[in-house]
Design a protein around this ligand. Structure first.
Ligand SMILES: O=C(O)CCC(=O)C(=O)O
Ligand SMILES: [Fe+2]
Length: 346
């Protein structure tokens, strides 16, 4: 059987162990088989506070365990009653207890289900281009310093900044009437370089990019599969990777997914979809245009470790991306109506 993996929950402050984190699992130090206390003996003591689903070794030490309750209230009562006090039924040992959460298998798994390409041409997706080393190491540092000097907006798992127009995650669109202002001057060299981008047959006006979303992903955090809303943005979507690499997976579903929530799209999983994956190194620029932009979902798997051409690559502590787009002011008239919110029959 696969041993469940538990980790410390994300905390907002060092003292937040006192706050209920809604976890049913406790990390208990200073007891275990190495000091003559069996998992059954530990379970018996903790079951005074509620139903114990299991006791697991927290690590190889033999003196640290995870006690998993059926509900968070039992875990809270046990923590409050037993933590920091000698426990007569466990040989008088003082237990050090904190909350723990079950880590999703996907966060510890190696992403190796879809072979990962290193070059765009290998994917054979029309309109998809990857330019490695689009910015220098020095420029990368300057761009990171510029965004780190500005306020971040905290989402559930990552942080973002919006410039030009705010992207609204509820509607997956922008409010074209609410312009925030010009794009900041630190992106000007990037915009200039984009205008010289090879392989672009779009007219120059679609390159008047006016919206920037900066995403900061901690290691193991990804992005659910989605197609950027057709009616929100023009054809060309640029994404600059900084600070760390990631894998981007591309999925083409045979059914329309524009109305499905991104979580639903993720659940659609293997059913009737083609999957391809590309390694995005730091400092590279990705362009999604045409079929790649309109018909393929892009997705960053929620993994800490990726397998790229038989090499195991650990994601760095953060990846920062600059997604640069042009807001659309008229309905989309692309050639992919099944994926297009502007062209759906209502
Ligand atoms: O982080 C990235 O490279 C992609 C971000 C993205 O897909 C989006 O903001 O729509
Ligand atoms: Fe996107």
């Amino acid at each position: 059987m696969v041993q469940p993996r538990f980790v410390r929950p994300a905390q907002s402050s060092p003292s937040s162990d006192a706050v209920e984190p809604n976890s049913s699992n406790l990390y208990v130090a200073n007891c275990g088989p190495a000091v003559g206390l069996s998992h059954d003996a530990i379970a018996a003591v903790f079951s005074d506070f509620g139903e114990v689903k299991g006791v697991y070794a927290a690590d190889e030490s033999g003196v640290r365990v995870i006690v998993s309750f059926a509900d968070p209230f039992s875990a809270k009562s046990a923590l409050e009653a037993l933590s920091g006090r000698p426990c007569p039924d466990l040989k008088g040992r003082s237990l050090h207890i904190r909350y723990s959460v079950l880590q999703l298998a996907s966060e510890t798994q190696v992403n190796d289900c879809v072979p990962v390409s290193l070059v765009d041409t290998e994917l054979n997706i029309p309109g998809l281009f990857l330019i490695p080393e689009f910015v220098s190491v020095e420029e990368e540092q300057q761009l990171l310093a510029a965004v780190d000097a500005r306020p971040w907006i905290g989402l559930a798992k990552r942080r973002v900044q919006h410039y030009g127009y705010e992207f609204c995650y509820g509607t997956r669109n922008v409010d074209t009437k609410k312009r925030l202002g010009e794009l900041p001057s630190f992106v000007s060299p990037i915009l200039e370089r984009i205008s010289l981008f090879p392989n672009l047959d779009n007219d120059q006006s679609s390159l008047d990019l006016d919206q920037l979303t900066v995403n900061e992903y901690p290691s193991g955090v990804g992005l659910s599969p989605h197609i950027d809303t057709h009616s929100a943005f023009e054809d060309c979507i640029f994404s600059l990777s900084l600070a760390g690499p990631c894998i981007m997976e591309f999925r083409k579903y045979s059914v329309s997914t524009w109305k499905a929530s991104s979580a639903d799209a993720e659940k659609l999983g293997d059913s009737s979809c083609i999957k391809k994956a590309l390694y995005l190194p730091p400092r590279s620029m990705l362009l999604l245009s045409g079929e790649a932009r309109y018909a393929w979902n892009h997705y960053i798997p929620h993994h800490k470790i990726d397998k790229v051409k038989d090499k195991v690559i650990r994601r760095s502590p953060r990846r920062v991306s600059f997604t640069i787009r042009k807001v659309r002011n008229h309905p989309c008239r692309c050639n992919y109506p099944q994926y297009c919110d502007s062209q759906q029959q209502r």
